[in-house]
Write a protein that binds this ligand. Structure first.
Ligand code: F6R
Length: 368
């Protein structure tokens, strides 16, 4: 069943191009408009929505953090992302104009389930993004978008994460379509870019030499940092989580812009720091993150830079360069996360850990 792979996780990492493609399949109705898999939310109610709150745990929460950038940009509705375990204990402001989006691979995570029950009691509409047909969270929701990742067996979520990001983007485009905040051709352009991502992910998977070498070089390091900005920030958080849970190495993800507000004090000789560099765009983010790379390298950090191909400005400051295919800023998480998954999987393997069953963890957390 592992198809010749040593771990389910590795198999699932390599299934990602297909999982993303499957999640994008059959999303338009006869009129060429985006549809949801299931929905009892009326078009009128949908137009009344004035706030989106994404609720999820762990990696699914990071998918939500990625989605926030796209949903706010496309729909102009404010979007909060909250840890499910925190949500109902803070007396959240939720009413019938709030769309609560629960993201869960398993559909059984108790923290997430209790949060949506609370949201519904307050009158919110609940939409589930889920990989498991017929599981509890979609059954208790008003609308559902299923991810089509196929069964995820490895405890660490990989294809679950990428397909959650894709499903959130479909939701963002759907809301923009229903509310008229994007034109039809703008939606079509994003869909076309999304349909090109499976090939881009496959390209990353065909070029893992630098990551594999890095894992063997860094097998004994005590700590690793990850930096990212904008949609690359949750990628940094996800890279750190994968390393913690699989390799049992201390790891932290930071927003690159926060470096000077504290974390730069952690930088010391030979500390490995992954930096996700945004594509060169209209804003200054690309150049600002490159300045961060320079700053930490000047203080002795070992810089491991993920940047798009053709980005020559960064080469001089990268001890290791991991090149990513050219994609838009919002889609970069779909390619940039993959080398970080592979790095954690490989490093844990070299350490002799059980990658599919990390210590103290369960695939589906059905207690609060
Ligand atoms: C990390 C991981 C967990 C899950 C989290 C939510 O690799 O797998 O952080 O993402 O427990 O699980 P679901 O998506 O099933 O609700």
């Amino acid at each position: 069943e592992k198809d010749g792979y040593d771990w389910f996780m590795r198999k699932e990492i390599f299934e990602q191009p297909g999982a993303v493609a499957a999640t994008l399949l059959d999303r338009l109705n006869e009129q060429g408009r985006i549809k949801l898999d299931e929905s009892t939310i009326s078009p009128g109610d949908l137009r009344e929505i004035n706030k989106v709150i994404i609720i999820a745990c762990g990696t699914a929460n990071y998918a939500g953090l990625v989605a926030k950038y796209a949903i706010e940009h496309w729909t102009r509705i404010s979007c909060e992302v909250e840890l499910a375990s925190e949500f109902r204990y803070r007396d959240p402001i939720v009413d019938s104009r709030t769309l609560v989006v629960a993201i869960s691979q398993s559909g059984e995570t108790m923290d997430t389930l209790m949060a949506i029950r609370h949201a519904r009691e307050q009158g919110a509409r609940v939409l589930a993004i889920c990989n498991t047909n017929g599981s509890t969270i979609p059954r208790e929701s008003d609308a559902v978008i299923y991810t089509h990742a196929g069964p995820e067996i490895g405890v660490a979520s990989t294809k679950g994460f990428l397909t959650q990001v894709v499903a959130c983007y479909l939701l963002g485009l759907y809301l923009a379509q229903e509310r008229g905040t994007l034109f039809g051709d703008e939606i079509a352009n994003v869909l076309e870019d999304l349909r090109a991502t499976p090939d881009a992910i496959a390209k990353v998977l065909n070029d893992l030499g630098a990551v594999m070498k890095l894992a063997s070089d860094l097998v004994d390091v005590p700590s690793v940092l990850f930096l990212g900005r904008h949609a690359g920030y949750p990628v940094a958080l996800e890279g750190a989580l994968k390393l913690k849970e699989l390799a049992y190495i201390h790891a932290e993800g930071f927003a690159a812009g926060e470096l000077k507000h504290g974390p730069i004090a952690l930088i010391e000789q030979d500390l490995p720091v992954f930096v996700v560099v945004p594509p060169k765009g209209r804003d200054q983010l690309h150049d600002k993150v490159i300045s961060n790379v320079q700053e930490i390298r000047a203080r002795g950090a070992r810089t491991i830079v993920l940047a798009e191909e053709g980005d020559t400005e960064v080469i001089g400051y990268a001890d290791t360069l991991i090149t990513l295919p050219k994609v838009s800023t919002l889609l970069q998480p779909l390619v940039a996360t993959v080398p970080l998954q592979v790095f954690a999987c490989e490093l844990a393997t070299l350490k002799g850990h059980d990658v599919d069953q990390p210590r103290n963890l369960a695939k589906s957390v059905t207690v609060e």
